[in-house]
Design a protein around this ligand. Structure first.
Ligand code: BJW
Length: 236
């Protein structure tokens, strides 16, 4: 995009589309997760209170699946940018997989939680967790059988919003990758970034719901668009 030489601080928002080519289903595309599980059956605190077994089984299945998937060329390119970029850079991911980290990125913030953590609702501790939760194992910190997936459900506050807004305030460029723009507050970041003076770029398979808010939009698979964009950024 024009005027890249003046860009120092970058905020990158990623969504399910960045992991799609690693074999992790998106939420809203054909064949996406919500087709087999209605969102209100699994992704709200009310659903968990009503039918914990259904919710825990659903997350156990996905926790197991992500551990068999590998980062793709889009994750690798973002890790390369993270390592080489001299200015501020923050990858704000809505994804609950760990593929950005496994590709080598360090400056990553999980605003919707992480599959590989369990959250104890008795003592509030978060513990690394790779196995199932369906058998109600004890919390490693307090011993209570009160662990739930460390996932932000509808109606709950996404994590680390203060850090995200601090980064948006400093951003010269906001890039949104592989997200439909259907879920707030993440879907509003493009307007927040614009209002705060950043240039904005969308990289997505198809126009997102918020595509008109971006200064520039490029459409295609993340494994093609992201490495090409990273090369442009690193070439200056
Ligand atoms: C590719 C590709 C390829 C495919 N290459 N691209 C009415 C109006 C406005 C807001 C609300 C409202 N009623 C309620 C709300 C708030 C609500 C909300 O937004 N609801 C909407 C449904 C309307 N939000 C919340 O409740 C949030 N909390 C909240 O708002 O707290 C109050 C607050 C106030 C003020 C400030 C701050 C907070 C919490 C949201 C929690 C979201 N949780 C989920 C579920 C996690 C569980 C789980 O993982 O199982 O997080 S929902 C689900 O959607 C998941 C995702 O992170 C999130 C976003 O989805 P994403 O990543 O965009 O995926 P898709 O599938 O939608 O899109 C994929 C895209 O990739 C598509 O565009 C494809 O084209 C593209 N793609 N292949 C490139 N190869």
């Amino acid at each position: 995009m024009a005027g890249m030489a003046s860009i120092r601080n970058i905020v990158i928002l990623t969504g399910a589309g960045v992991s799609a080519e690693s074999g992790i289903d998106t939420f809203r595309d054909g064949g996406g997760l919500w087709e087999r599980h209605r969102v209100e059956d699994v992704a709200t605190p009310e659903a968990f209170a009503r039918d914990p077994e259904l919710v825990l089984r659903f997350y156990d299945m996905r926790r197991e699946a992500i551990q068999t998937r590998q980062p793709n060329a889009a994750h690798a390119a973002l890790a390369r940018l993270d390592a080489a970029w001299p200015g501020e850079l923050l990858i704000v991911t809505q994804n609950v997989d760990d593929l950005h980290e496994r590709a080598g990125a360090n400056r990553v913030l999980h605003m919707h939680g992480e599959h590989l953590n369990a959250w104890c609702t008795a003592c509030d501790a978060r513990s690394p967790w790779r196995g199932p939760l369906i058998a109600r194992p004890a919390c490693p910190e307090c011993g209570e059988r009160a662990l739930r997936p460390d996932i932000v459900w509808f109606g709950e506050m996404p994590y680390r919003m203060d850090e995200i807004f601090a980064a948006l305030r400093e951003a010269d460029l906001f890039v949104s990758i592989g997200t439909s723009g259907a879920v707030y507050p993440a879907a509003g970041f493009v307007r927040n970034a614009r209002d705060l003076g950043a240039r904005t770029l969308e990289l997505n398979l198809e126009p997102s719901q918020g595509t008109l808010w971006f200064d520039e939009a490029r459409h295609g698979p993340a494994t093609e668009l992201v490495p090409a964009w990273v090369e442009e950024m690193l070439a200056g």
